[in-house]
Design a protein around this ligand. Structure first.
Ligand code: SAM
Length: 243
């Protein structure tokens, strides 16, 4: 169960949203039981159930003791051409669970305009999905989300400012000539990987990324859905780099 700093009041947290329902109905915790808790972007710890008020809405109070800060250091950032909302919802949970540092959500030629109207791009909405993923992974470090509604300013103005933070820059592209194993080496250094829209990157976009030092890498002959590609890329990069 994750909570925010402002929800902590003298060592006690009062919950009356889906987290209370989760403690009461899913975990079936009752007074005196302990549940694992975490402060978003802070330490993990445990919370002892102090009171449960059943019914609707369920209300649970926890006495919280915080302890260790998770040590994991995210080394991989993802640039994601905005996918359809149902897919984005899944990916938000996945990137949080996988420990991605920053998720850049960008416009690309084959992104449907209507995708930008989904409420998911509002902070309250996407944070909710990120939190689910963090809870799943028993982590507290929230990925940052940065949204770029235009492609050119992202690649031409923003990327030049940040590209040197990355030792490896990967453009995931089924027709890429390099392989991840051929491009990546072991050892230190941040990695950024750009995942295309459901229709793929257009040539102009590939050129723009390559002009910023990105290497087009293929995962092989199988064309993967965007959410599968995110997970497969993370798994392969982690295996190669032994993160
Ligand atoms: N027909 C599209 C194309 O021509 O690129 C397929 C796009 S795929 C559904 C969506 C994105 O997932 C791609 O732009 C790429 O970033 C990533 N992806 C999927 N399969 C891949 C593979 N075999 N190698 C590298 N990236 C892949």
């Amino acid at each position: 169960i994750l909570f925010e700093e402002q929800e902590l009041d003298g060592g006690r947290v009062v919950l009356h949203d889906r987290r209370a329902v989760h403690i009461h109905k899913v975990l079936r915790a009752t007074i005196g039981d302990r549940v694992r808790v975490g402060l978003v972007n802070g330490p993990m710890g445990s919370g002892r159930v102090a009171s449960v008020v059943k019914g609707r809405p369920t209300r649970v109070e926890l006495d919280v003791e915080l302890g260790e800060i998770p040590t994991h250091q995210p080394e991989i950032d993802i640039i994601l051409a905005l996918p359809r909302p149902i897919m984005l919802r899944r990916i938000l949970g996945q990137v949080a669970a996988l420990g991605i540092g920053t998720l850049f959500i960008i416009q690309a030629n084959r992104v449907e305009k209507s995708f930008w109207d989904s409420g998911l791009l509002e902070e309250g909405e996407y944070l909710e999905h990120l939190r689910h993923g963090l809870e799943q992974a028993v982590d507290t470090r929230l990925p940052q989300v940065r949204i770029f509604r235009k492609f050119k300013p992202f690649v031409e103005d923003f990327l030049p400012l940040v590209k040197d933070h990355y030792r490896f820059r990967i453009l995931a592209h089924p027709y890429g000539t390099a392989t991840l194993a051929g491009y990546l080496g072991p050892g230190e250094g941040r990695i950024v990987v750009a995942v295309g829209p459901e229709g793929g990157w257009v040539d102009f976009e590939v050129e723009r990324f390559e002009a910023q030092g990105f290497r087009s890498c293929s995962l092989g002959d199988r064309i993967l859905k965007v959410d599968t590609a995110v997970v497969a890329l993370h798994a392969r990069i982690s295996a190669i780099r032994e993160l």
